[in-house]
Write a protein that binds this ligand. Sequence first.
Ligand code: DQA
Length: 147
Amino acid sequence: ANICVINGPNLNLLGLREPTYYGSKTLADIQLAMEKSASTLGHTVLFHQYNAEHQIVELIHRSFSNDVDFIIINPAAFTHTSVAIRDALLATKIPFIEVHLSNVHAREAFRKHSYFSDIAVGVVCGLGAIGYELALTAAHEILAKRT
Ligand code: DQA
C-alpha cells in the first residue's frame, strides 16, 4: 500500500532542536528507517516535511488523487492550531495515525489539545522516533484487515 508520512513545521531541525524533547535522530534518519521497514512489509512510504500549513493541506489533497491508502502525520505545532489540516483529512477520508515524539501531555497546557486526535485511528506520543515505526506497524495491521 501507499503510506504518506507528513511532518509539520520545524521537524526539519530534528537532531538540533530541543534534543531533551525530540531526541538526537534527524528527520533523514527517521525517513531511512521507515523506508526500510515499509519495504520489508511490502509498502511504499512517501515521506514529506513542510513548514507551511497550505503545503500540508495541498499534500493531503494530492494524496487523495495519488491513491494514498494511509497517512502517518506529525502535525507539529499545527496539532494545536490547524482547523484547515483537520478539514483536509476529513474531506479526503484517508485514515491516519497522529504521531508526536514528545509527550505533549507532560508539557505546556496548550499542547494538550489536538485538532486531530478525535478523528485519528490512533495516537502515538512520547516515545521518540520509534513512535513512527510503531505507527507503521499499526498501519500495516489495519491495512491487512481491510483488504
Ligand atoms: C510535536 C509536539 C508539538 O507540540 C510541537 O509543536 C512540535 C513537535 C512532537 O513531535 O512532539 O513541533 O508534534
